[in-house]
Ligand binder design. Structure first.
Ligand code: NAD
Length: 509
């Protein structure tokens, strides 16, 4: 199914301008840094990228602001984030418009992305009164041991196109209450939503009396990111994107003994066992595999299904794939919007050609859509592919809606297949058998940072820590105790006795 006609680039430009205007951003045009839309694949505005001097200025200003911000009481820092959350609520519709225009998300997912930002602000405000350190039993009489958490410094946030605003907010809301200042280098594909977020945070800062430079935005391509990566004044580089990017960023930050938090690619799988509720499984699988046009780091890319139910499940999935409405993401009936670019579509086609050559069989989907109406855009049917084994292409992350289906005979075999990929982000099992579920969640089960039962791999809540193992980079963001990555701990030993007993019974003097 193809949903209603696409908007024109002029319509989209006007809609973006209106949304930015409502938020208070005046787009300064005429620069050579393009803002584009995947809805038509065309150019919207010419913006200006940050120069080397802009980067230097941002880092210096951010370091200076840190000196004030680090001693501002954490609950007062929380007031800034609370105000940001209010502004996000007020401008939810405008911000969602920008997410759709720049990242191509369907309306409900774009609104969901902004809701996630509001949720993390609420979480961070609460956190601003809960940055707890522990008191530890000392082995010496008259002594107290304590763990104290201090702000870390300047945090660089480098983000990807597919969550152009939420990933920023996970990092920024938490970093700000932790007493850090933030420099944001967003994806080069999503500058407009970044301008909007930066503007709202600047407004919140002004209204609550926080230093303007607690947050700086630097538009630009990877070269801007690289400057931040190499700058010793940046205490933490939180980088979200491909494993390729992480492989470059991680060692460079480590070489200067900086800290990095890496949120990289996934190759997420779901196991469907014979006892699974198939109605629920079909719903969960289709959302996780085809939602966001397969462009979530947590997108379901591999389905490992028990041989006895494989035919039934494939039949039901094929029927669901054939009914997916594809097209204009502003149309409420659309479920699959465009890929980010025609390059992404080419990458998808080359993965499909490779998997076919390796014996894979296309079960449903895979045709390009709307090529005549929008030749520079990349609309495609999500694809279901049967594969006999987990070949090299199946073990890679192709950032497009391809779902590989594999059959298994024993749960041990399913878990081995599941874990036999380089990435380790998200995973799930559909089962009504408690033993199977618990094995999957145990130390001998899924090796991912996220392991779910009876829901798909995507669509995490902000309350839990988010991130993955192996080639996914090992970072944790968002909820739980992920805040500790944005602070440094100090161990304090306080002697309130009149003697000086040494630890481990050592005597001296
Ligand atoms: P990308 O790696 O192309 O770019 C991500 C960001 O890194 C951009 O801002 C880019 O300019 C910057 N960058 C690239 N190379 C750099 C370098 N050498 N030094 C400094 N900065 C550099 O990723 P993308 O195409 O925007 O996003 C898709 C990828 O992101 C997928 O692999 C997806 O799985 C991953 N992703 C992961 C998560 C997660 O939380 N694990 C979340 C969203 C996206």
């Amino acid at each position: 199914m193809t949903s209603t006609a696409l908007p024109t680039t002029d319509d989209l430009r006007a809609r973006a301008r209106a949304a930015l205007g409502n938020i208070g951003v005046d787009v300064a045009e005429g620069g050579g840094f393009p803002a584009r839309t995947p809805l038509t694949g065309e150019h919207l505005f010419g913006l200006t990228a940050a120069t080397e001097a802009d980067t230097e200025d941002a880092v210096a200003a951010s370091c200076a602001a840190f000196l004030i911000w680090r001693t501002t009481p954490a609950p007062r820092r929380g007031e800034l984030v609370r105000r940001l959350g209010e502004l996000l609520r007020e401008h939810k519709g405008d911000l969602a418009d920008l997410v759709t225009i720049e990242a191509g998300k369907i309306r409900s997912e774009a609104l969901g992305e902004i809701q996630e930002m509001i949720d993390i602000c609420d979480f961070a405000v609460g956190l601003s009164r809960q940055l707890y350190g522990r008191t530890i039993a000392s082995e010496r009489p008259g002594h107290r041991l304590a763990e104290t958490w201090h702000p870390l410094g300047v945090v660089a946030v480098i983000s990807a196109f597919n969550f152009p605003a939420a990933v920023w907010s996970w990092n920024t809301a938490v970093a700000l209450v932790c007493g850090d200042t933030v420099i944001w280098k967003p994806s080069e594909r999503t500058p407009l939503i970044s301008l909007a977020c930066d503007h709202l945070l600047a407004r919140a800062a002004e209204e609550v009396g926080a230093p303007r430079d607690v947050h700086r935005l630097l538009l630009g391509d990877r070269a801007v990111g690289e400057r931040l990566v190499d700058d010793r004044r940046i205490a933490l580089v939180s980088a979200t994107g491909s494993t390729r990017m992480g492989r470059e960023v991680g060692p460079r930050v480590a070489a200067r003994f900086g800290r990095s938090l890496l949120e990289l690619g996934g190759n997420n799988a779901a196991i469907v066992t014979p006892s699974a509720d198939l109605d629920l499984a079909v719903q969960g699988i289709v959302f996780a595999a085809a939602g966001t046009a397969g462009q979530r780091c947590t997108t379901l890319r591999r389905l490992i299904v028990h041989r006895d139910i494989a035919d039934t499940l494939i039949e039901r999935l094929t029927a669901a794939y054939e009914r997916l409405p594809i097209g204009n993401p502003f149309d409420d009936t659309t479920l699959v919007g465009p890929l980010i670019s025609t390059t992404a579509l080419d990458t998808m086609h080359s993965a499909l050609a490779r998997v076919r050559a390796q014996g894979g069989k296309i079960l449903a989907g895979g045709n390009r859509r709307l090529a005549e109406a929008a030749p520079a855009a990349a609309y495609t049917e999500p694809v279901l592919v049967h594969v006999g084994e987990q070949t090299d292409v199946v073990r890679e992350e192709t950032f497009a809606p391809i779902l590989y289906v594999l059959a298994y005979d024993t749960l041990d075999e399913a878990i081995a297949l599941h874990n036999d990929v380089p990435q380790g982000l998200s995973s799930s099992i559909f089962t009504r058998d408690q033993r199977e579920a618990e094995v999957f969640l145990s130390a001998a089960g899924s090796d991912c940072g996220i392991a779910n039962v009876n829901i798909g791999t995507s669509g995490a809540e902000i309350g839990g820590a988010f991130g993955g193992e192996k080639d996914t980079g090992g970072g944790r963001e968002s909820g739980s105790d992920a805040w500790k990555s944005y602070m440094r701990s100090a161990t304090n030993t306080i002697n309130y006795s009149t003697g000086l007993p040494l630890a481990q019974g050592v005597s001296f003097l």
